[in-house]
Write a protein that binds this ligand. Structure first.
Ligand SMILES: Cc1cc2nc3c(=O)[nH]c(=O)nc-3n(C[C@H](O)[C@H](O)[C@H](O)COP(=O)(O)OP(=O)(O)OC[C@H]3O[C@@H](n4cnc5c(N)ncnc54)[C@H](O)[C@@H]3O)c2cc1C
Length: 305
């Protein structure tokens, strides 16, 4: 058996680190708390020929039932801090985005209000190019420190290849830190915007359920006639559709919910059925937004990107 660096654990359960709460364990797992620790771990994994994966808040993740080979990293301590610097805010990749938005509002800084409803980390949001209510990460992102096998390098937003719910970060690359450039505003006004965004979200989406949010991306297809993925799934009769322990939410047809004992295979079966129905009724191919970690078995005709 290989010699493990300090802090690396075998067979660590990942389901509880995801919001849908499904999937098996990581072969190896570690929580680096400093940039040095992260660099050493990623370098060690490369030397051992191990793949590196990252879990942020697990709010857009589907973990394979069979578990995930290689080293899974969750950023901790110094790599999840939030620090103000003038009108900038410097964050660890593991900092939670709603906390960044709240901290900015408290300090009278505007520009990152949209993060209040994205239940992910800064690193996950950068990987996913997360956005909400028209707010865009790229508009306020100043730089990102990315750690890979060769060390850490600073990248500008135009080097990150942002597209709809996508970035060009390589697999095994970890967002260790990021800086946002904001602007001064009255703290009370920014806080009021956050409260308004929270209330709008609460009215529109189910809360308190085990889900990874939107399952499919909104299609860029004229046949959709500007309908969202949720509206198409709803029209195809998917609202509330259940397979095993998983089903499309009764409140939001593009949300898959774990009713308590779902496996990742159940979630995939629900997704496949929704996708099949939309394809059959509208000729539109829905593309998943959720990210797979490990060997998640998708139907053979599933053209994932
Ligand atoms: C209720 C709900 C509402 C949501 N609303 C929105 C919304 O309005 N807008 C939106 O865009 N998304 C939304 N999401 C989806 C999700 O919150 C975002 O995609 C978020 O950015 C994911 O961040 P995370 O830290 O949870 O990433 P995870 O789910 O942990 O991981 C997602 C991907 O990012 C990678 N990753 C995570 N951390 C890092 C890192 N430090 N470095 C490199 N890669 C990393 C993972 O390996 C994986 O590939 C919602 C989800 C839920 C559950």
């Amino acid at each position: 058996m290989r010699q493990l660096p300090e802090g690396v654990q075998h067979g660590y359960p990942l389901a509880r680190l995801t919001t849908i709460r499904t999937g098996g364990p990581a072969e190896l797992f570690a929580r680096p708390g400093t940039l040095g620790e992260l660099e050493r771990l990623v370098g060690w994994a490369a030397a051992e020929g191990l793949e590196v994966g990252v879990v942020g808040s697990g709010s857009n993740l589907l973990v394979a039932d069979a578990g995930v080979p290689g080293l899974i990293i969750k950023l901790d301590k110094e790599l999840s801090t939030i620090e103000l610097e003038g009108t900038g805010i410097r964050c660890g990749g593991g900092a939670r985005l709603p906390a960044v938005s709240a901290r900015a509002a408290q300090a009278g800084l505007a520009g990152i209000e949209f993060g209040v409803n994205i239940p992910g980390t800064v690193g996950g949001a950068i990987r996913m190019n997360a956005n909400a209510y028209g707010g865009e990460l790229a508009q306020v992102l100043e730089w990102v420190d990315v750690t890979g096998a060769a060390g850490t390098e600073r990248r500008a937003p135009n080097q990150l290849g942002f597209a709809y719910r996508r970035s060009a970060l390589g697999s095994g690359e970890v967002v260790a830190r990021a800086s946002f450039s904001l602007h001064e505003a009255a703290s009370e006004a920014v806080k009021a915007t956050l409260a308004d965004m929270r209330a709008r979200r609460k009215a529109a989406q189910p809360s308190g359920i085990k889900t990874f949010g939107s399952t499919f991306k909104n299609p860029d297809d004229a046949r959709a006639e500007n309908r969202t993925a949720g509206q198409l799934l709803d029209a195809a009769g998917c609202r509330g559709l259940r397979i095993g322990g998983a089903g499309f939410s009764a409140k939001h047809a593009n949300f898959v919910e774990n009713h308590g004992d779902a496996t990742t295979a159940d979630v995939v079966a629900v997704m496949a059925e929704g996708r099949r129905r939309v394809l059959e009724q509208f000729g539109i191919v829905l593309e998943p937004e959720v990210q797979a970690l490990g060997p998640v078995e998708l139907p053979a005709d599933w053209n994932r990107r």
